[in-house]
Design a protein around this ligand. Structure first.
Ligand SMILES: C[S@@+](CC[C@H](N)C(=O)[O-])C[C@H]1O[C@@H](n2cnc3c(N)ncnc32)[C@H](O)[C@@H]1O
Length: 203
């Protein structure tokens, strides 16, 4: 998929998809010099987008369980000349705390399977839950967690429902939680969750 809204800063504002909304939030929240996590590297579109947002003084920690995802992402970052801004790990995101000390300014999850890859290697609620809990703990005050969920397949639907329950129960003193869904897009349309740690929350 061509993610032109990520590449082209001058593209017109278009209320288009969960991915578009996620990119819009990240563009506002991630400043040059930021430290961020891409929890689902895939083909590296998000990792590259984040590398551009953090600039030469920032750092992007990216995770995926598939070696192919790491290879595809490394190639993309090398071609773009931003490889030195990133650390790529072939490691489940549920183990991100082994590689990232925090605090971080943002974390991104784009759930599901590798586009063009094996659909059986998909994110699963058991490990997604652990990783989301860890990412929330790593966020600095005013840091954001952005999650795109894909309820169009069985595991994705399970993740979406469980995420909604988990995030709805977060204490409002510590987090603001937003859930964006395209109400007329039919069943299975991707949804976006945005969580911001409160300014006064403990880092
Ligand atoms: C929809 S893709 C991500 C797309 C990617 N963000 C991009 O911009 O191209 C989801 C990815 O999550 C990965 N994944 C599945 N389980 C994982 C886990 N436990 N930890 C990290 N990544 C995982 C899959 O291998 C797949 O590459």
């Amino acid at each position: 998929m061509t993610e032109d809204f990520m590449e082209n800063q001058a593209a017109p504002y278009e209320l288009r998809s969960a991915r578009y909304l996620a990119a819009d939030v990240l563009r506002r929240a991630v400043r040059p010099g930021a430290t961020v996590i891409d929890a689902t590297m895939g083909n590296g579109h998000d990792t590259l987008f984040l590398c551009r947002l953090v600039g030469p003084t920032g750092r992007v920690y990216a995770f995926d369980v598939q070696a192919r995802a790491v290879e595809n992402t490394q190639k993309r970052l090398l071609e773009a000349g931003v490889m030195e801004r990133a650390a790529l790990y072939c490691l489940g995101h549920e183990r991100m705390a082994e590689r990232v000390a925090g605090p971080v300014d943002a974390a991104v999850f784009n759930l599901g399977w590798l586009p063009g890859g094996d659909h059986s290697v998909t994110t699963r609620w058991g490990t997604t839950r652990q990783a989301v809990e860890t990412a929330l703990a790593l966020l600095r005050p005013l840091g954001v967690l952005v999650i795109c969920a894909y309820p169009g397949h069985a595991e994705g639907d399970r993740e979406r429902h469980a995420l909604k329950d988990m995030l709805s129960a977060l204490p409002p003193q510590s987090f603001n939680v937003l859930h964006q869904a395209f109400l007329n897009a039919g069943p299975g349309a991707p949804e976006c969750f945005v969580i911001q740690k409160q300014r006064s929350a403990a880092p």
